[in-house]
Design a protein around this ligand. Structure first.
Ligand code: IMP
Length: 216
């Protein structure tokens, strides 16, 4: 996907106050601003699904990266399954759920995935679509792809709803990107801060008050 096809979220073009949309009252003091309203996310998901299907080459294994990716995954798969390729064919989908733990400071720099060796071997020859909530430094995704490539999938692509514009990026860019966002900690639409905010529909910037309140 060409960067010109991403939506570039900047404070100039996306700057909604908390009063502009409905947010759960229990988070009223914990958010700085609404970065991407839920309706805009849903419209973007529809377009991403169309782009993915236009490039798809047969049956697809959609892999949800838990927990943060679950909402994006559910909404994306919901659209993909209703679409057809250019020759009018629907795409057979199977679904997989992976929890990924990365050890950035570990010497090995490896990621641990929740799938067994047997389950990973099932990827051989398949078209894999990884569905992730956010790419920050890119370290986790690079390591995950390294690991999954060992199982020789036919194709291995990544759809990320958000790509953070950060100087700490390792340069990794997913195949499909919803929004490029400023370097801030965001929550909502299943993205969490210490397990809070998953029950918020919009993607929002957390406030200092919120960080403090839910710190562990
Ligand atoms: P990376 O390895 O630095 O790209 O980190 C990716 C992971 O960090 C994501 O899958 C998220 O779980 C988490 N993460 C990074 N930035 C944010 C954020 O702004 N909000 C919530 N989670 C984040």
């Amino acid at each position: 996907m060409n960067p010109s096809q991403w939506i570039d979220v900047t404070p100039e073009n996306f700057n909604y106050s908390l009063d502009h949309f409905v947010i759960p009252s229990h988070y009223s003091k914990d958010l700085e601003s609404i970065l991407i309203p839920h309706g805009v996310i849903m419209d973007r998901v529809e377009k991403l699904a169309k782009i993915i299907v236009a490039q798809s080459v047969g049956p697809m294994v959609c892999c949800c990266i838990l927990k943060g990716g679950h909402q994006f995954f559910a909404d994306l798969v919901n659209v993909i399954k209703k679409l057809t390729t250019k020759d009018g064919k629907s795409i057979p989908l199977s679904l997989e759920f992976i929890r990924v733990k990365s050890y950035h400071n570990d010497e090995s720099g490896e990621v641990k995935v929740s799938l067994t060796e047997e389950e990973c071997k099932e990827f051989e020859g398949k078209n894999i679509l990884i569905v992730e909530d956010i790419i920050d430094t890119g370290k986790t995704m690079v390591k995950l792809l390294e690991k999954l490539r060992q199982y020789k999938p036919h194709t291995l692509k990544v759809a990320a709803l958000l790509l953070k514009k950060t100087v700490n990026s390792n340069g990794y860019v997913p195949d499909f990107v919803g929004f490029a966002i400023p370097d801030a900690f965001v929550v909502g639409y299943a993205l969490d801060y210490n397990e809070y905010f998953r029950d918020l529909d919009h993607v929002c910037v957390i406030s200092e008050h919120g960080k403090h309140k839910y710190a562990i």
